[in-house]
Structure formats: C-alpha cells, structure tokens
Design a protein. Sequence first.
Length: 149
Amino acid sequence: MEALQRLTRRQVEALEAVRATETPQRGASLYAVAEALRVRSPSALDHLTQLEALRLVRRYRGKSRLTPRGQETLVEYRRHHRIAESMFSRLGLSPEDTCAAAREVDLALSHRTVERLCVAEGHPSTCPHGEPIPACATPERSGGRALCR
C-alpha cells in the first residue's frame, strides 16, 4: 500500500495546515494547526504525532515543519485529487460536485491508477477549478519508468 493510501482525510488536512501556516523562518505552531483544523490543541497534537511517526512532519521546540517526504505526499495528493476531479468533470458534474466526488476516492487511488486516468483524460494540465495538476510520476517513483506523458 502506498503512503498516501495509508493516510486519513484528517491527516491530509493536517499536512495542508502545516504547509499553510509554516514560514521559512518558523515552523507551524500547534495553535495555528489547531485553528486551521478547527479542533482543540490536543486533537491537533494527536494528528501531528501520527504524521511525525510517518516521517511526514518534523517537530522541534513546539513547531512543525513538513519533511521532504511530507511535501512530496502533498504534491501526490493534489495530483490524485485533481485528476479525479477532471474525470468527474468529464462526466458532466459541476466544479463543486467534482471536488466532492474526488474527495470520496482520491485517497484510495493508487499512483498507477491515477496515471492511467491521466492518460485516459488526455493529460489535463488544470483541474475544473483552474488549479494546475502536478506532473506525473517520475521514473524514480515508478520503478524506473515514467508512467505517462
């Protein structure tokens, strides 16, 4: 099972919260992550502890930062989500409905399935909301060969 498939929706949201609130000078505070997730600090700490165990977040002196692996995981998540949105858009769903439908499946899709969907969708460069779709898997991440493009 791939790393992204092991994450819960809330863990992905916690990664996004760290990314959104960390700065080059300082990591994200527990309070900022809790506020972004709209939970109390103990709940946010639980999510961060789990992400740290997966080596997606590093905590130091009460501040959290994404690790390179955490950053890569967020890029992979965006790719999965936006490719799924593109697929649902082609079925005639509105942009809002494509996002909701993509959230139902994006964490369950393997990289291989996402790459096949990308090929089937004609390698879209943006999602229905106009956001860029990250590039396909690199040869290093796919066992020595690029999967699409």
